[in-house]
Ligand binder design. Structure first.
Ligand code: SIN
Length: 528
């Protein structure tokens, strides 16, 4: 049995901070939810790093939304369901595509500037979309523009207090009611309990489970891990999306080369310079993301190479204008995408599963909500349609605010009210752990054994190794790195267990030993 809390504590003796609404995460979901909720009460917005450090900040391609006359929510729904490999929640997808346009319009009203041509929004095509419906900003800096506009508004909003460098440790739960969060101030090293009427997790995904990832260091899946420890349901964790094209350059991080580059006409070639995508899927470069990722993996194996090439030279006149961030990054490493092929390889990109919620962002713990990448609303199924994630953050953040407004908060906490929660287990004092070293070993193990192509034998080996690390959760942990590592170990365990359990291939979950989709036995969710 894993411990319920990562630290021993007695709430009565801890420093306590009260608020109406506690929100964790400053990506699109956390910022937008804060703004939507702020008319209803005081908000404390926590982030473990700086306000802008989130997966949203690095989102390039854009935000998918059916806006023009040529498009419709119906078509957007069809594409989302198809990419999701017969595993999306239809109700949730309907909510996403029909409520999405209004939220995006609000984002625009609030100051997000999407790119336009001759006064009209310049929408691009991405894989598995029937229509060019991806809004983008400053070419390939869509996430950064959204972060800029939303964080500016949040900072100005009187009712929202932003607290940076606060790492969440656990959910304070009593009788299936969430009262707030136990946190570590990583500057002062103080443990603080934040108590609230409602707690909303918008804390992002877990790309850091893998050594090859497009995600920043902060993406350690803390929200999902603490929810599981707190007794709420998590689901679909076997579905990790691997982005087909991260820059491959020895010694440099896996910088994302947006799918929009293929949407604008770039093609994939193996190291012999041969086109290959047509032999894997009729949509070739614009096939669903999981298919392109496996095709690249297959070509890398066949050509004994660590990468393939993305040939974007055909869009040479506008590459530097249309994709200025990618251009700058490639150029700084000596690659000119207007003249040379870009070496690329797949990397972990998005956590499709997460905290199980209904279509109002509610978890199975009273007063606990989740939205954005840490949540599993069912909209992504087994393979997220490109650029649907930013939209999801808006739509379900908005719904949480609506739900909270309508609900009577039966278990609401009052300032100063005594809640007695404490936890005390015997914690082994162990020789000093080296969290950085264990994290690296874990990430490599996950990539090698729980990555793009999975087998029972590899998954079992991974499980055995992860089991050996579980003792870490019972030690006296102190630093942010140690707590994050504990979360990664908890999640690695759940991802591996679910991947082993799901004996079929579906979307991003590919089992070499069960290569076919099995709708008869496996059209069901694995929930922990
Ligand atoms: C990309 O720009 O390729 C990423 C978009 C996404 O992950 O949805």
């Amino acid at each position: 049995m894993l411990p319920h809390y990562l630290i021993n504590f007695d709430l009565g003796k801890l420093k306590k901070i009260y608020t109406d609404f506690l929100i964790v995460g400053t990506g699109i979901a956390g910022l937008y939810t804060s703004l939507k909720l702020s008319p209803q009460g005081e908000i404390i917005l926590l982030t473990k790093s700086k306000i802008k450090e989130s997966n949203t900040e690095y989102a390039q391609g854009g935000i998918a939304v059916a806006l023009g006359d040529e498009d419709s929510p119906r078509l957007h729904l069809e594409d989302t369901l198809k990419a999701g490999a017969n595993f999306c929640d239809l109700k949730a997808v309907k909510v996403l595509v029909t409520e999405g346009p209004k939220c995006v319009e609000e984002l625009i009203e609030w100051g997000t500037k999407f790119d336009k041509i001759k006064g009209k929004y310049d929408t691009t095509l991405e894989a598995a979309h029937q229509r060019p419906r991806i809004l983008h900003a400053q070419g390939d800096a869509t996430g950064a523009e959204i972060e800029r506009s939303l964080s500016k508004k949040v900072i100005k909003e009187n009712g929202i207090k932003i607290k940076e460098n606060i790492l969440v440790l656990d959910i304070l739960v009593d009788h299936h009611i969430c009262y707030g969060l136990l946190t570590l101030d990583t500057n002062t090293k103080e443990i603080i309990a934040y108590l609230a009427k409602s707690t909303i997790l918008a804390s992002g995904g877990a790309g850091q489970l893998f050594n090859n990832t497009t995600n920043p260091d902060v993406a350690t899946g803390d929200g999902i891990a603490i929810t599981y420890r707190g007794g709420a349901k998590v689901t679909d964790l076997e579905f990790i999306q691997f982005h087909p094209t991260a820059l491959y350059h020895q010694g440099s991080p896996k910088f994302l080369i947006s799918e929009a580059v293929r949407g604008e006409g770039a093609v994939l070639k193996n190291i012999k310079g041969e086109l290959f995508m047509h032999s894997y899927h009729p949509l070739a470069e614009l096939a669903p993301r999981d298919i392109v990722t496996r095709a690249i993996t297959d070509q890398m194996k066949k050509t004994k190479s660590n990468y393939v090439f993305l040939d974007a030279t055909k869009i040479k006149d506008k590459f530097s204008k249309r994709f200025p961030t990618i251009y700058k990054n490639c150029f700084s490493l000596g690659i000119n995408p207007e003249k040379e092929f870009i070496p690329v390889a797949p990397a972990a990109h998005y956590t499709m599963g997460g905290i199980k919620t209904d279509t109002w962002g509610q978890t199975n713990l009273a007063n606990l909500y989740a939205c954005g990448e840490c949540a599993s609303t069912g909209v992504h199924g087994a393979n997220r349609l490109a650029s649907n994630s930013l939209l999801e953050g808006l739509v379900f953040g908005n719904r949480i605010a609506q739900k909270i407004k309508e609900s009577r908060l039966p278990f609401s906490i009052k300032r100063g009210e005594e809640i007695n929660i404490s936890y005390n287990i015997s914690r082994k004092k162990y020789k000093k752990i080296n969290p950085e070293k264990v994290k690296k070993e874990l990430q490599k193990l996950m990539w090698d054994k729980v990555g793009i192509i999975r087998t029972a034998s590899n998954l079992t080996k991974a499980q055995q190794k992860i089991n050996q690390w579980k003792y870490l959760l019972e030690l006296e942990l102190k630093t942010a790195e140690e707590f994050e590592l504990a979360n990664l170990i908890s999640l690695a365990n759940l991802v591996t267990l679910s991947a082993l359990q799901r004996e079929e291939s579906r979307g991003a979950h590919y089992r070499k030993d069960f290569p076919l989709r099995d709708d008869i036995n496996w059209k069901k969710h694995i929930v922990y």
